[in-house]
Design a protein around this ligand. Structure first.
Ligand SMILES: *[C@@H]1O[C@H](CO)[C@@H](O)[C@H](O)[C@H]1NC(C)=O
Ligand SMILES: *[C@@H]1O[C@H](CO)[C@@H](O)[C@H](O)[C@H]1NC(C)=O
Ligand SMILES: *[C@@H]1O[C@H](CO)[C@@H](O)[C@H](O)[C@H]1NC(C)=O
Ligand SMILES: *[C@@H]1O[C@H](CO)[C@@H](O)[C@H](O)[C@H]1NC(C)=O
Ligand SMILES: *[C@@H]1O[C@H](CO)[C@@H](O)[C@H](O)[C@H]1NC(C)=O
Ligand SMILES: *[C@@H]1O[C@H](CO)[C@@H](O)[C@H](O)[C@H]1NC(C)=O
Ligand SMILES: *[C@@H]1O[C@H](CO)[C@@H](O)[C@H](O)[C@H]1NC(C)=O
Length: 390
């Protein structure tokens, strides 16, 4: 009897937390299908419909108060050429209008921007300025920086959005059709962000999740060529597609951080697929794409229960040798757990020190978002911001 009460109690708590971010899922779906049915206070964006509140997404973002209230923006079908920057601490939900709520390949809203971290004269800026979407409380918090520990973000920097969400929107950085320097589709730091049925397209460094960034991707598409999942934070990619538009560097390139507590910063790709972006590129990259390489020695990434097509290199992961120095050491954690498909070559994996194949016991500490997402002070279980009903 007590156990039943406890379960009902847990269920109610979870339901409350799930809705706390904004509109409940049925209302959210109705709003995405038919904008006249959106809850009051929803901010509507359209590049063409004069009834909308704003004609750009960034104008809608800037109209929101800088406080802790929950806010929702619906973007009507269309292509928007702009850079987005979300700094407010409260929950923000960006909805894309769509008729196919559960299929990212049919998204009708695209945010496009063409920029790398350099211009055609070679003039360099920090990688963050290339991003289509930035989610971070301040400019300092969003800098990538360089060196093994990256940009030294000031200690007193506040946390950004505690619950940022996007549904059914594609983000495309169209700077070039090949790797030509960092060109982010997303940059998220010091914030919790959930991306559901979204697309992220670029060639190099597509998705950057920086310091104290927590990002969850669900049934989304992430496409790139070189180091296109990189950063310092924590990422869980669930039931999604990783698309190889060519091979370069690795798919994952993480920089770990020494902390006073045991951290699980890294990228976890789970029950997903990794494959050539299309049939034209596939024959050119057979056996050539590394799963990842260590941006610093503390790199942590795991591909788990994930399909790998024939594009993956026999060794899986590779070392990253800079000035003759290997970055591999006993703390480098570039792993797979129950990956399958033509891209998994057991002999190849065994022939290198770069790739680790985990046993169930070794994978267990990382086997759910509740185990890997931590709050800034290192407490685990920071997954309440994830929409489990999406
Ligand atoms: C938002 O909430 C946090 C935590 O409760 C609080 O520290 C902060 O001052 C609030 N921010 C604003 C802008 O109200
Ligand atoms: C994002 O907006 C904040 C607040 O206006 C600004 O300080 C920061 O420079 C912007 N970030 C980028 C990358 O432009
Ligand atoms: C296939 O993907 C490559 C890499 O993104 C791209 O250059 C090419 O245009 C795509 N081809 C087709 C037919 O979509
Ligand atoms: C982490 O600590 C080890 C041991 O002190 C040190 O060798 C390494 O350079 C540190 N790495 C980073 C990224 O701070
Ligand atoms: C790696 O090796 C160093 C030096 O031998 C040792 O202090 C450290 O505990 C080892 N770390 C792991 C994760 O095994
Ligand atoms: C698997 O890897 C081994 C060792 O690298 C290599 O000799 C073999 O050709 C690979 N098999 C396939 C099917 O790629
Ligand atoms: C793997 O590491 C061990 C111990 O450091 C070393 O003896 C061995 O040569 C390495 N193997 C490869 C393939 O690099």
């Amino acid at each position: 009897m007590t156990r039943l009460f406890f379960r009902v109690f847990l269920f109610l708590i979870n339901a409350l937390l799930a809705c706390a971010a904004g509109v409940p899922s049925s209302a959210r779906r109705n709003c995405q299908r038919s904008w006249k049915e959106c809850p009051e206070n929803t901010v509507i964006v359209s590049g063409s419909n004069p009834e909308a509140h704003f004609s750009t997404v960034q104008a809608a973002i800037e109209s929101l108060p800088h406080d802790n209230s929950s806010r929702t923006i619906l973007v009507l079908a269309g292509e928007y050429t702009e850079q987005l920057n979300v700094t407010r601490p409260g929950p923000v939900t960006l909805l894309g209008q769509t008729n196919d709520l559960t299929d990212a390949s049919k998204n009708q809203v695209t945010i496009t921007w063409a920029e790398a971290n350099h211009d055609n004269t070679g003039q360099n800026v920090d990688n963050v300025f290339s991003s289509v979407l930035v989610v971070a409380p301040t400019l300092d918090a969003s800098y990538t920086g360089s060196g093994p520990t990256g940009y030294p973000v000031p200690e007193d920097t506040p946390f950004g959005s505690i619950n940022f969400r996007v549904y059914n929107i594609d983000f495309r950085n169209t700077w070039s059709e090949y790797s030509d320097g960092p060109a982010h589709a997303l940059s998220l730091s010091r914030a919790n962000g959930g991306f559901y049925y979204c697309g992220f397209y670029s060639y190099q460094d597509t998705v950057y999740v920086g310091k104290l960034g927590n990002a969850y991707f669900y049934k989304s598409v992430i496409a790139g060529e070189t180091d296109f999942l990189y950063g310092f934070g924590t990422v869980w990619i669930q039931s999604s597609e990783i698309l190889l538009r060519n091979c370069g560097g690795g798919i994952t390139a993480w920089k770990g951080t020494n902390t006073t507590f045991e951290n699980k910063y890294g990228v976890y790709i789970v029950e997903s697929s990794v494959k050539a972006a299309n049939a034209s590129i596939a024959p050119h990259i057979v056996g050539k794409c590394p799963l990842g390489r260590p941006w610093n020695s503390l790199h942590r990434s795991i591909f788990a229960n994930t399909y790998e097509d024939g594009s993956i290199a026999p060794s899986g992961y590779i070392d990253w040798i800079v000035d003759g120095e290997s970055r591999l050491n006993n703390e480098t954690f570039m792993a797979e757990y129950c990956t399958f498909g033509p891209g998994f070559n057991a002999t190849g994996r065994a022939s290198t020190n770069a790739s680790i194949v985990l046993s169930p016991k070794e994978y267990a500490p990382y086997s759910s978002p509740w185990k890997v997402f931590q709050d800034p002070s290192g407490d685990p279980g920071n997954a309440h911001w994830i929409d489990w009903q999406a």
